[in-house]
Design a protein. Structure first.
Lengths: 162, 204, 242, 226, 226, 204
């Protein structure tokens, strides 16, 4: 074999290896790679017990309650299909609002209540003045109502687009 | 056979040589002369394909080194200032594995025979690290014993550290290689002449 | 820009050209920055969810974009220098690195400044943030390697190999928010769909991005000139003494 | 594959393995370093078992990463200093493949022992059987990735003063993804969760590294010799 | 002290500092290595803030230990390879003092920057002001100890074929107390407890090392040259 | 002045020499001959106090090396196979700091003058790493220029890598040192003679 042929063979081998690599990556994206769970997954017992992980979802409207001790708060996080109660004691971020995205890090208690050590606000990629936001919100609400009656909740969808 | 065409070499801010051209035919040797720091080592490394040739070109059998690619190395024996011995392997292992990497398969027996002839009988199984400077050089040069079929030998100060007898032995081997149609390019500061048609190149 | 450089591939001819280009890009950078900042801080409305803090966007996003873009350009020039042995390309790559590192640092810094009020934390170890931090380390590694090798040609080539190896990181940074669930928001500006941003905000941000871009070109050219001056001084010195 | 190439690859691998056997204490040092770093942590952090169980995968992986980085020092430096590298470049066979053979031998000598030792060290942190198994598997896939990436750094810093630390600076950022997915797999296994995805990504990295790293290594080696 | 001795000590120190300055990237590299290793841990261990706060002191100390160990690799190796060490032994001045001068220069170049950087890295793990201050102080006392002990190891590994494992065996047990008391002081400070005792022990180690290590180093250097 | 008394040297399982005795007086040179691996380097290192003397004894001015201690080093110049140059320092810095470590204070100007005389003008400020093999050897030997007052010079293959002119220059310096009452012990495989009263020692 001439050195040129060897080089070609090597390149072919390299490309084959890269092909395998891509296949493996595609395979991997079918599973959860970060310790981030939606309420649906937690309800389906897919989340770890006794270890710290993250929950992501939307804070349910009207669910935020200061606890009697004055420091902790209790609220419910939903992915529109399922929801999970969360307790947290500490300072909430400014952007923590009902109806908005949130990411909480902590452990799931035996009682099914998520004990958060850290609560982070997650916002979406929309930037607009408040007036526009209101208009959009009104439109969305109408849409969501329609949607909810049509499809009875696809958990993944909810989590990803929140 | 080996031709250099208008090559130049710059190191740091020094131009070592400029527009250097020469040709070596089959069956001749080229001895490169020059004071310390003249650029002999730099030139040899360029011809071996180790350093890039920024200006001008070097050809072997009419094709540039880049065109020939890896196949050029298979016509070449290069012995540099460094001996290319692994300190913790014995001369025997060093030779056998070193040659195998270069695509030359040799048996253990053949290697031992050659080491005997090179006066290294007693130390064939001592880690190379323990050998004296001259013994190490002998092992490095012993590689050439298995490479008679390779056309081009490039040797940087092959005789350094060798004692008189070893110098005599190796220089007559070089003469023989040239007589068989090889091309030998070498430098040395020592007063050794090879008994073969020789061109001289003086670097200043 | 690429065309110009091919034509002016030798340092000697590029040097004066760069000298003439610098003022142009400097002026452009200033103009875009002034207009961009004006729009950003006086014209663009308050955001419906973040309020005023969101205005960090006018620094953060341009810096983040440039940090990735400069890396790609740097790797490109490094690769050209490696394969075609053109001196100027390697110099371009070296000149870009500090600016790229600066942009990365600014993105990280403004990002965590922004993260505190919005997310509620300075830092989380998620994919976007981590890969951006790796980008900073790659820039630093590139500069350290280039500086550690005293033979210029070797330094050019060795650092070029590193720059090319590091390119895999850039798509990871960019797509990390799609591939993994992270705190960082997804793209607001996307070529495949309409921007999810009010027009005046978007205008301000794009103008600032242009300003950062022009600035990067200007300082890189300045640095290329310095590099040329330093490397060619040796040649001049040689001609004098030879 | 031609006979000459096969023979050259075998010789390169065999020579390095023979040297590793000759210098077996060097190999032991790496293993020892790995064990010590892992065991230092409980000392530096305190012995809370819950804390330790959470730390385990990360610490073992970080230690493996540091050990494999430390081992890089020897990969090309000796060959560079004694002239063997010149002869390798002049072997007349494709340098990327020869470099791959060297990295393979290096991994056999310094990576494999870490893999074999890891379950024992995992025990120190109270990992369960599944966790230990995944720890070893993730390291078995991950350490070759570390060796391949590290070899690029080692080759780039040949002959450069500050070699060791500079290698670390170049290589550690590139190690990060392997670390995240490797340790991630073990953590997932510890929670009875899917870890296949993590291992898939590690595997992808391995194949990508096999495809790409040899070219970078061989380019860097040639540059070092100029 | 005779004029000759003073001059020799100054020359040894100055030569090594000059070498460090010649490639200032060297120093930067050690510092970056330190920073990167510290930042790796959160990646391997996970982002849990409570866990991170507990880890902080231990991680920073272990990273400093590794960085200073990595830096030691070349303390004598270059001198040994290029023949400078022979000339040092033949200097006609007490070798323990010359060795001490070398270690001092080495610490100035590679240990001191770690001390100065440590508060910044401590911040990453959420240490408070008192913790940061104690962290820096403990490293300021501790890193010279590491350098001195490490230098013995560096000297022993010269020439001796299997020096590696022996060195690790010899040096690491001596590193461990420094780690325990150093990290211990920081942990104590974090809990508003007395940390003076820990620092005193560290100080005692420093003086003991200054008194004893030079002899061991010089003996090891002579053996290496035989 | 320098005397060896019944010394032996064993390396591995080889006895290099046994019961070797010789004496070198002030104002004479000793040239050690021997084939590669005969034990010349080993002998020189023993005499310099670098290797222990297991059997027999070496004395200087009547006292053994152990008795003299560090003071012996202050009468000695040793140039081994290795050049003792820091690769990243320039010849100028290397010389000045290297000499200072040995207790010899020299000014920058003096060093530059000497480098000029050794034909290293252009490279006085280039990192030693970049110098050619012969240039590096020249810098190593330049140390002897500042050590004329030291009585004992021990040199292992000083002429290796040097070009003819440098060999001539250095051998006449050796002759001069001997004429001034010094003791010079050296080995070389090259065909160089020093113009000074010389004893020969043949190792077999
Ligand atoms: C240290 C923390 C942060 C880092 C390292 C970081 C990094 C980046 C990077 C690399 C990009 C460019 C990639 C892209 O265009 O998609 C980016 C874009 C962006 N970032 Fe950040 N970021 C950080 C924090 C934040 C925070 C806290 C916010 C807002 C609350 C934010 C908002 C944005 C926005 C709006 C974009 C533009 C997205 C687009 O339109 O494409 N970032 N960031
Ligand atoms: N960065 C640099 N700056 C200045 N000069 C340099 C630099 N790098 C190399 N050189 C010079 O390049 C030359 C290299 O010479 P080379 O090693 O080829 O010489 P040589 O002819 O083999 O000499 P010798 O006979 O001593 O082996 C030396 O003169 C050296 O000083
Ligand atoms: N462990 C060992 N086993 C066997 N032989 C050994 C061992 N260590 C050293 N030797 C031998 O001791 C001798 C040392 O020789 P030395 O270096 O003194 O020779 P030299 O006369 O200086 O030779 P040269 O002219 O080549 O420099 C060598 O012959 C070497 O093979
Ligand atoms: Mg030479
Ligand atoms: Mg010898």
């Amino acid at each position: 074999m001439k050195s040129r042929h060897k080089r070609l063979a090597m390149i072919a081998g390299g490309i084959a290896a890269l092909g395998i690599a891509s296949a493996l990556v595609l395979n991997a994206f079918r599973s959860n790679l970060v310790f981030f769970f939606t309420p649906s997954e937690i309800v389906a017992n897919e989340a770890p017990v006794g270890r710290s992980f993250r929950v992501g979802g939307m804070v349910v409207d009207g669910s935020v309650k200061r606890q009697p001790d004055g420091v902790s708060v209790r609220f419910v996080v939903t992915d529109t299909a399922q929801s999970i109660p969360v307790v947290y004691s500490g300072i909430l971020p400014d952007l923590f609002r009902e109806g908005k995205g949130v990411v909480a890090q902590g452990k799931l208690g035996q009682d099914g209540v998520f004990q958060a050590e850290q609560v982070l606000a997650k916002h979406d990629e929309n930037y607009m003045p408040p007036e526009a936001a209101e208009a959009v919100e009104r439109a969305n609400k109408a849409m969501r109502e329609a949607h909810r009656s049509a499809v009875s909740g696809s958990a993944e969808q909810g989590a990803r687009s929140e | 056979m080996l031709e250099a065409n208008e090559i130049s070499c710059v190191r740091g801010n020094r131009k070592l040589f400029r527009h250097l051209s020469f040709a070596v035919k089959e069956g001749t040797a080229l001895r490169i002369h020059g004071a310390n720091g003249a650029g002999k080592t730099s030139l040899l490394r360029m011809m071996a394909g180790l350093s890039p040739i920024d200006e001008g070109r070097v050809t072997w059998g009419g094709r540039t080194l880049a065109e020939i690619g890896d196949d050029y190395s298979r016509e070449l024996v290069f012995v540099g200032h460094a001996n290319a011995l692994k300190a913790y392997l014995t001369p025997c292992e060093n030779l056998r594995l070193g040659l195998a990497v270069q695509g030359i398969a040799v048996s253990d027996g053949a290697v031992r025979d050659v080491l005997d002839e090179e006066g290294l009988t007693g130390v064939a199984d001592v880690p190379a690290q323990r050998l004296s400077a001259g013994q190490q050089r002998r092992v490095a040069l012993a590689r050439t014993r298995f490479a008679a079929s390779r056309k081009l030998w490039i040797l940087d100060e092959p005789f350094s550290s060798l004692d008189d007898e070893a110098v005599r032995r190796f220089s007559s081997r070089l003469a023989q290689q040239v007589a068989n149609g090889g091309v030998v390019v070498y430098t040395t500061h020592q007063d050794v002449e090879i008994d073969a048609p020789t061109n001289y190149l003086e670097l200043v | 820009m690429a065309l110009n450089i091919w034509k002016y591939a030798s340092p000697q001819t590029f040097f004066p050209l760069a000298g003439r280009m610098i003022p142009v890009f400097t002026v452009l950078a200033i103009v875009f920055a002034v207009v961009g900042l004006y729009i950003g801080f006086f014209v663009a409305p308050t955001d419906f969810q973040q309020g005023e803090v969101y205005r960090i966007i006018f620094i953060h996003v341009p810096a983040a974009w440039m940090s990735m873009f400069i890396y790609l350009v740097m790797a490109f020039w490094a690769g050209v220098g490696l394969t075609f042995n053109t001196r100027l390309s390697s110099m371009m790559a070296h000149a870009l690195a500090p600016t790229g590192a600066l942009m990365t640092f600014i993105a990280l810094w403004t990002g965590s400044l922004w993260g505190k009020p919005t997310w509620g934390t300075w830092w989380v170890w998620d994919a976007r943030l981590t890969s951006e931090l790796i980008l900073l380390f790659l820039y630093v590694g590139y500069m350290a390697l280039a500086a550690a090798i005293d033979d210029v040609r070797r330094a050019d080539k060795a650092s070029a190999v590193l720059a090319l190896v590091g390119v895999v990181n850039v798509p990871i940074i960019y797509f990390s928010v799609q591939w993994w669930n992270t705190l960082h928001q997804g793209a607001s500006v996307n070529l495949t769909r309409a921007p999810s941003m009010a027009a005046s905000m978007l205008t301000g941000m794009l103008l600032m991005a242009l300003a950062f871009w022009m600035y990067s070109i200007a300082v890189s050219l300045l640095r290329v000139r310095a590099i040329i001056r330093e490397r060619e001084r040796d040649a001049a010195w040689l001609q004098d003494s030879a | 594959m031609t006979a000459g190439l096969r023979q050259a690859l075998a010789a390169v691998t065999w020579r390095d393995l023979l040297l590793a056997v000759r210098l077996r204490t060097d190999v032991l040092t790496i293993v020892f370093f790995f064990a010590i770093v892992v065991s230092l942590f409980p000392l530096g952090v305190g012995a809370d078992p819950v804390l330790l169980r959470a730390l385990g995968p990360g610490v073992v992986w970080v230690a493996a990463l540091l050990a494999s980085m430390l081992a890089l020092g020897r990969l090309f430096a000796d060959d560079f200093a004694d002239g063997t590298l010149e002869q390798l470049v002049l072997a007349g066979e494709p340098l990327p493949l020869l470099a791959l053979a060297k990295v393979f031998a290096h991994w056999l000598a310094t990576g494999l022992p870490l893999v074999l030792l890891s379950p024992l060290l995992g025990l120190e942190f109270g990992l369960d059987a599944a966790g230990l198994w995944v720890l070893a598997t993730s390291l078995a896939i991950g350490t070759p990735v570390l060796s391949l990436i590290g070899a690029i750094g080692a080759a780039l810093t040949l002959g450069v003063r500050g070699g060791g630390a500079l290698t670390a600076l170049l290589v550690l950022p590139l190690y990060v993804p392997a670390l995240i997915f490797g340790a991630g797999a073990v953590v997932a296994a510890g929670q009875n969760m899917q870890f296949g995805g993590h291992l898939s990504v590690l595997g992808a990295m391995l194949f990508a590294a096999i495809a790409l790293a040899p070219w970078a290594i061989s380019a860097a080696l040639r540059i070092a010799l100029e």
